[in-house]
Design a protein around this ligand. Structure first.
Ligand code: FES
Length: 280
């Protein structure tokens, strides 16, 4: 199998996530059954894929769907450049290339029986959305303890996955805290930045793991809050984003010291990050 050869995927569905149309979710299906089988045999929630369009390039995107949802893969793409702009221009039925699944994903086996606090911001919430979908499935929910979600966006219009998140408020087996930066009429959840909300509502650190994915500034200020709340460094987990090229540990584009984000990550614990030569 050629690691650099993209699999042909077809766009099945497109969802406009935000009021300003800057974020869209695309559901992709496999053209070849062999590709589909291989993907789902190897897929762990928390992994990423390289998406490519001919003549535009290739870039990494976190998988925003859980395996139980069906034989498709969801990605949430922010329109920030020529490739993402071209992806936003796709329509149902169009083709796109995919390499993956890549990276390590979340170590779910290690978290069995533990309380989870999932902390996300902006479009980096996509893999945490997949994680939440995985955990809340009836086949998996009993494997984990208390589930707390803390999710921030700049405005209510920029919140992702609105219908699902709204439905999470009705579940008795999870606690959800949404925040926006400044007050808005009709918004009756938290106001403020994610690290401050974490300070106020994060559950006790005993038998708990905190998973943080967000813009770098959010992550930078949230990790010390969790340390102050006595979460052990090996129980503070984050997913790193870095420029990638090969995605399979060959080109050296994504390394921090001896670790390759694409192969050893993108999911690392704070204790692992502390051993790397630079901070995140
Ligand atoms: S992207 Fe090539 S080594 Fe990680």
């Amino acid at each position: 199998m050629n690691l650099y050869e993209p699999m042909p995927m077809r766009v099945r569905n497109i969802i406009n996530e935000t009021d300003d149309l800057s974020l869209k979710s695309l559901e992709l299906v496999f053209e070849k059954k062999t590709d589909e089988d291989r993907f789902f045999k190897n897929f762990n929630v928390g992994q990423f894929c390289q998406l490519s369009l001919f003549g535009k390039g290739e870039a990494p995107f976190g998988v925003a769907s859980a395996a139980w949802e069906g034989k498709f893969v969801r990605f949430t793409v922010q329109n920030v450049g020529s490739l993402s702009g071209a992806i936003h221009g796709l329509a149902p039925g169009d083709f796109i290339g995919l390499r993956g699944p890549l990276g390590n994903g979340f170590p779910l086996q290690k978290w069995k029986g533990m309380n989870l606090v999932i902390i996300g911001g902006g479009c980096a919430f996509s893999t945490l959305y997949a994680l939440t979908k995985h955990i809340t499935h009836k086949a998996h929910r009993k494997d984990f303890g208390k589930l707390t979600i803390i999710y921030g966006a700049r405005t209510s219009g920029l919140c992702l996955y609105k219908a699902d998140i709204e439905s999470w408020y009705d579940r008795s087996d999870m606690e959800i805290h949404q925040a926006i930066d400044v007050p808005e009429e009709g918004w009756d959840h938290h106001i403020g930045y994610v690290p401050d909300v974490v300070k106020r509502v994060a559950p006790p650190s005993s038998n708990a793991v905190a998973i943080v994915c967000g813009p770098p500034v959010m992550t930078r200020y949230t990790l010390p809050v969790l340390v102050d709340l006595k979460y052990p460094p090996e129980m503070i987990i984050t997913s790193l984003e870095k420029r990638m090229k090969c995605g399979v540990g060959k080109c050296g584009r994504c390394n921090i010291g001896p670790k390759y984000i694409c192969k050893d990550g993108p999911v690392f614990s704070l204790s692992e990050l502390k051993q790397l030569p630079q901070d995140i």
